[in-house]
Design a protein around this ligand. Structure first.
Ligand SMILES: [Zn+2]
Length: 605
C-alpha cells in the first residue's frame, strides 16, 4: 500500500510536462480548426437568416457539411479539455505555477474565439426544421447530441431572432455579467476587522467552523458589518441581475410564456412539478432539519444556535479522536464499497495504484477537494489535502464517488457524459453515505458514533433548511423586482421572512445580510443556485434506500442509472432504473426518512 507522501498524481500520459511538444501541436490544431469554422461563418449566418424567413432549400444541401463540422467541433473539445485540465490540475498543486497559468490563459483566449466561430453552426442546427434535425442526428458522428439538442429545442419558441440574440450576448458582457463581476471585485477586496486584526473575507468566513463560539460570533458579526458598508452596492447588484433576467424573460415570452422557474428547471433536467414536490415535501418535514439544529444546540450547551453556530464542529470531548492514516482510510473505503460490490472496492484501489489521487500537502496548494478527469483517455483524477480527520475520510469517499461515476461512463460518447447539477452529486453522496454507515457500524465508542452523526446533523439542517430558505428568498425577490426596484431594508426584510419561514424558532436571530454575504445570489450566469444541492442530497439517499431491498441486483441497476445521467431527464432516469416517480411526494418522503433515522440515532446517543 502506498503511503501519503507518494499520493501525488501522475499525468505524464497526457503531457510529459509544460515543454512537451504535444502541447504546441494541440494548440496549433485548435487554431487551425477555429479557422475552418470561421471560414464557414458567413455560410451559416446566411442559412440562419434564411431559416428566420422560412427558406430551407439551401440548408438541406449542407447536411453532410453540417455533420462533418459538428463532429470536428466535438473532437476539438477533447483537445481543449486536455490542455485546460492538465494546466488547472498543476495549478491546484501549486498556485504559483506560472507555466500552468500561462497555458490556462492561452486556452481561455482560444476557447473564446472557437466558441464565437462555431456559434452560427450551432444556431443553425438548433433552429432547423424537425425533419432536418432528425436526419442530422441519424448518424454515428452526431447522434451523441440527441438528448442535449432535444432539450435545447424545448425553448425554441422563446428564442429571439439571431440578430437580437447576438446583440443581447454582446450587451450582457458589460450588463448582466458586469454585475456578477462587480460582486467578486467587491468581495475579493473586502477587509474584515476582528479584534483589531484585519483579515480577507475568505479567511474571516473560514472562522465559521472554529471550535470557539466567541470567535465564531465575532467573525460572523465582523463579516456582516463589512457587508453593511457595501449594502447599497450589493443591493444594486441583486436588483440589476434580477431586473435583467426579468426583462429577458419578458421579451422571450411573446409566443409562449417563459417563467423564471422554467429556465432553471430545464438546465437542471427536471420539471416544475418535480421541483414543487421536492420543495413542498421538504417544507412538510422541516421538523427534521429543525430537530438537527436543536440537537446541535443541546450538544453545544446553548439554548438556541446563532447563525454563527450552524457550521460549528462537535465540541471536543476527553478522548481526542485518533488520526486515520491514508492507507487506513483507503482500507475503510474499500471495505465500505465492497458492501455494495467488489467492483467499487477494486476501483478505489486502482485509483491509488495508478496515482490518480493527489492528496499529499504541497507548497502553495489550493484549498478544497474536487474530482476531474481527462476526456481523451477517459481517466478520472481526485484532488484534496488529506490530514487524517474523519471529515477527510468522508471527503475522499465523496470525490472517489464522483470518479466512479465517470469511470462507469468511460465508453459512452463524451456529450452524453455531462450531467446536470441536480444529478452531479448522486454518486458522490452515495459513496459518502456508504462510508458513513460503515464507520458507524465499526466504531466502538458512543463518542465516535456521535462524531460521525454530527456531520449528518450539519448536512440535514444546511440542506433541508438553509438551502430552501435561499430558494424562498430568491423567489420572493424575483417577484418583488417585477414591480419595483427593491430597497436595502426591503431586501433585509425578505431575507428575514424567508429564514423565519424555514427556521421558525430554531435560531436565536436571523441573518439579515445573508443576501449580500452569499455569493450564489449574485452569480450572473446562473439563477437559483440553491435547490439542486437539496435535490442531489435527497435523490442520492433515495437510491441508497434501494440498496438493501434489491440486494445483489442493486449494483448493476445503480451503474446503469449512473450511465444514463447525461442523456435522460431526472424523471425518466429514476423511473427507468428504479421505477420511482420523483414528481410525487412519496419518493422524497422516503429519502427524508433516512435523514430522520440518523437524527434519531444521534438523539439516542
Ligand atoms: Zn461533489
Amino acid at each position: 500500500m502506498k503511503d501519503l507522501q507518494t499520493a501525488s498524481w501522475d499525468n505524464s500520459n497526457i503531457y510529459k510536462n509544460f515543454q512537451d511538444p504535444q502541447i504546441a501541436r494541440d494548440l496549433e490544431t485548435i487554431e487551425e480548426r477555429t479557422k475552418v469554422f470561421q471560414s464557414k461563418s458567413a455560410l451559416y449566418n446566411n442559412l440562419v437568416t434564411q431559416l428566420e424567413n422560412n427558406i430551407t432549400t439551401d440548408l438541406y444541401n449542407e447536411m453532410e457539411l453540417t455533420k462533418q463540422l459538428t463532429r470536428l467541433y466535438l473532437d476539438t473539445d477533447v483537445v481543449f479539455y486536455n490542455l485546460a485540465i492538465y494546466a488547472s490540475m498543476a495549478n491546484s498543486v501549486n498556485a504559483l505555477n506560472y507555466e500552468a497559468k500561462a497555458q490556462l490563459d492561452k486556452v481561455m483566449m482560444l476557447s473564446n474565439e472557437f466558441m464565437k466561430a462555431i456559434k452560427p453552426l450551432q444556431l443553425c442546427v438548433q433552429r432547423s426544421p424537425a425533419d432536418f434535425f432528425m436526419a442530422f442526428l441519424d448518424d454515428e458522428r452526431t447522434k451523441e447530441l440527441t438528448f442535449k439538442l432535444t432539450q435545447s429545442r424545448k425553448q425554441l419558441e422563446n428564442l429571439l431572432s439571431v440578430n437580437e440574440e447576438v446583440l443581447l450576448t454582446g450587451f450582457s458582457m458589460d450588463g448582466l455579467n458586469a454585475w456578477g463581476k462587480l460582486y467578486s471585485d467587491i468581495s475579493g477586496s473586502m477587509k474584515v476587522e476582528i479584534d483589531g486584526k484585519v483579515l480577507g473575507l475568505a479567511t474571516a468566513k473560514n472562522l465559521a467552523s472554529h471550535e470557539d463560539r466567541t470567535t465564531r460570533e465575532k467573525a460572523y458579526r465582523a463579516v456582516n458589518k463589512s457587508w453593511q458598508q457595501q449594502e447599497i452596492s450589493a443591493c444594486a447588484i441583486l436588483n440589476s441581475i434580477n431586473g435583467w433576467r426579468n426583462e429577458n424573460f419578458k421579451v422571450r415570452s411573446t409566443k409562449k410564456e417563459l417563467h423564471y422557474l422554467d429556465q432553471t428547471c430545464l438546465s437542471a433536467s427536471i420539471t416544475r412539478e418535480t421541483l414543487q414536490a421536492l420543495m413542498s415535501t421538504t417544507y412538510d418535514k422541516r421538523s427534521v432539519g429543525q430537530e438537527s439544529l436543536n440537537l446541535m444546540a443541546k450538544e453545544l450547551k446553548i439554548d438556541r444556535l446563532g447563525p454563527w453556530d450552524v457550521m460549528a464542529p462537535m465540541p471536543s470531548t476527553t478522548t481526542v479522536p485518533s488520526k486515520i492514516s491514508y492507507p487506513e482510510a483507503i482500507g475503510i473505503l474499500k471495505a465500505a464499497f465492497a458492501e455494495v460490490h467488489q467492483d467499487m472496492a477494486d476501483f478505489a484501489q486502482m485509483m491509488v495504484d495508478k496515482n490518480w489521487i493527489d492528496c499529499a500537502d504541497s507548497e502553495n496548494r489550493a484549498q478544497g477537494a474536487y474530482c476531474s478527469g481527462f476526456p481523451g483517455v477517459r481517466e478520472p483524477r481526485v484532488f484534496m489535502t488529506y490530514d487524517g480527520s474523519m471529515g477527510n475520510v468522508l471527503t475522499l469517499a465523496h470525490e472517489i464517488g464522483h470518479a466512479y461515476h465517470s469511470w462507469v461512463m468511460r465508453d459512452i460518447p463524451l456529450t452524453e457524459t455531462s450531467y446536470p447539477m441536480t444529478l452531479a452529486e448522486t454518486a458522490s453522496i452515495f459513496a459518502e453515505t456508504l462510508v458513513r454507515d460503515y464507520l458507524l457500524k465499526i466504531s466502538k465508542s458512543n463518542e465516535e458514533k456521535k462524531m460521525i452523526l454530527w456531520q449528518e446533523l450539519e448536512s440535514a439542517q444546511s440542506l433541508m433548511i438553509n438551502i430552501p430558505a435561499r430558494f424562498e428568498f430568491e423567489q420572493r425577490f424575483v417577484e418583488l423586482r417585477k414591480t419595483k426596484n427593491v430597497t436595502v431594508p426591503e431586501t433585509k426584510d425578505l431575507m428575514v421572512a424567508s429564514q423565519k419561514y424555514w427556521y421558525e424558532e430554531t435560531l436565536s436571530e436571523y441573518d439579515e445580510m445573508f443576501w449580500a454575504s452569499k455569493l450564489h445570489f449574485s452569480m450572473a450566469g446562473r439563477s437559483f443556485y440553491n435547490y439542486p444541492y437539496l435535490f442531489g442530497y435527497l435523490f442520492s439517499l433515495g437510491i441508497y434506500a434501494k440498496k438493501d431491498s434489491l440486494g445483489a441486483d442493486f449494483h448493476s441497476k445503480y451503474v446503469e442509472l449512473l450511465r444514463d445521467t447525461g442523456r435522460m431527464t431526472a424523471e425518466d432516469l429514476i423511473l427507468k432504473h428504479f421505477n420511482e416517480d420523483i414528481t410525487k411526494k412519496d419518493f422524497w418522503l422516503k429519502s427524508i426518512r433516512i435523514v430522520e433515522n440518523s437524527v434519531e440515532k444521534f438523539k439516542k446517543l
